[in-house]
Write a protein that binds this ligand. Structure first.
Ligand code: PLP
Ligand code: COI
Length: 361
């Protein structure tokens, strides 16, 4: 597969340095975007072509563009961090690139070469480096690569044209209020994904399908929804945009990748990082009955959610049709916070990167 060279068409920033600094002081999540984006096209018979770095701006799409009707779309999420010496590094972009390829295969889309994905992210961060928040806090630059089917027409079949885009957004905490434990609504009837479906692909439809359950959770006073498996409605899978970890003293269990949950890169990193800290992480099945009973008998000491946007977020309260209970007294657990600090230390360059996860720019 040929890798196109990215042609640079930068513009000067539409914002003054002072305006940018004001945004960086309180970026929120996904509300502000940097000055540029990278776009690469794919056409059947021609492959990847027209790779460009251009000013950030709207995409013009014909109303009959395939993605608007049949949702042939995939995306990724990764972060770049400012290090103590002022340099910038992204976290495991190659892992996101490989997952993007896997999502592409599932959605019958062309696979972008790993090196092109990584280069597109690098070129964008290099040009918009001033948007990477300063070292010291928790803020980072969130990168959102995505691909859409751009063929015009209403036929239901894999498109013959696609557009790959990378945009970037300075990001503070995903949940407003910092590291505050979140409340979870345990959904026993609505499912996120089914065996043989697209639950392990990062495709927009999974998120669209989760919005009603998320809105229902909000009416119960909860921040997030935890989904169970679609067959037995028994086994805990994940949240709408995060994986889960269950802490039993020194032992950690994260739900096994059954095909209907996303193989989170944070989840994978924590399997390794927890072992480095002398903990015993493993993949396994956790049932809803077990979650409730082990919280009541005190053996399940902490539960946390993890993902690129959410980093590590403690679970404080669980609500379901079967009742409500607190997790680690509703406070952030000790192991949760230890892992959180260890992960952020690697990502922000405060700790040695023994696994070679950081990609310097
Ligand atoms: N599960 C879902 C459904 C997600 O959207 C995400 C976010 O990307 C995750 C889990 C966590 O994955 P990662 O750690 O790669 O961000
Ligand atoms: C991410 O963590 O990168 C995601 O894509 C999750 C999304 C809910 C923001």
């Amino acid at each position: 597969m040929t890798t196109p060279t990215i042609e640079l068409k930068p513009s000067s920033s539409p914002l003054s340095a002072a305006e940018r600094e004001a945004i960086l002081a309180n970026p929120g999540f996904g509300r502000h975007f940097t000055d540029h984006m990278v776009t690469i096209r794919w056409t059947e018979g021609r492959g990847w072509h027209d790779a460009q770095l251009v000013p950030y701006g709207p995409l013009a799409l014909d109303p009959a563009t395939n993605v608007l009707h049949y949702a042939q779309e995939i995306f990724e999420g990764l972060k770049a961090y400012r290090r103590p010496d002022g340099s910038v590094a992204s976290f495991r972009p190659d892992a996101n690139a490989r997952r993007f390829q896997s999502s592409a295969r599932r959605l019958a889309m062309p696979e972008l070469p790993v090196e092109t994905f990584v280069e597109a992210c690098d070129v964008l961060v290099q040009h918009d480096k001033a948007w990477v928040p300063e070292h010291g806090g928790e803020a980072s630059l969130y990168l959102r690569p995505f691909m859409i089917a751009t063929e015009v027409g209403l036929g239901v079949r894999p498109a013959n044209e696609y557009l790959f885009v990378v945009i970037a957004s300075p990001a503070g905490p995903y949940f407003p209020g910092g590291v505050k434990p979140v409340s979870i609504w345990l959904s026993e009837n609505r499912v996120r994904a089914v065996p043989g479906g697209v639950g392990d692909a990062k495709t927009g439809g999974n998120y669209a399908a989760s919005l009603l359950a998320q809105a229902e959770a909000a009416t119960k006073g909860c921040d997030q929804v935890a989904y169970l498996d679609a067959v037995e409605h028994k086994w805990v899978e994940e949240l709408g945009g995060m994986n889960l970890y269950f802490v039993y003293g020194n032992k950690l269990i994260t739900p096994t990748l059954t095909g209907s949950l996303l193989a989170g890169i944070t989840r994978d990193s924590l399997l390794k990082l927890a072992a480095d800290l002398g903990l015993e992480p493993e993949e396994g099945r956790v049932s809803i009955d077990q979650w409730q009973a082990d919280s009541a008998n005190g053996t399940l000491t902490e539960v946390f959610a993890c993902g690129t946007a959410a980093v590590i977020t403690p679970v404080g309260t669980v609500k379901s049709e079967r009742g409500e209970w607190k997790q680690s007294g509703g406070e952030p657990g000790e192991i949760t916070m230890k892992l959180r600090d260890a992960l952020l230390a690697v990502q922000t360059g405060r700790a040695e990167d023994v696994h070679g996860w950081m990609h310097e720019l």
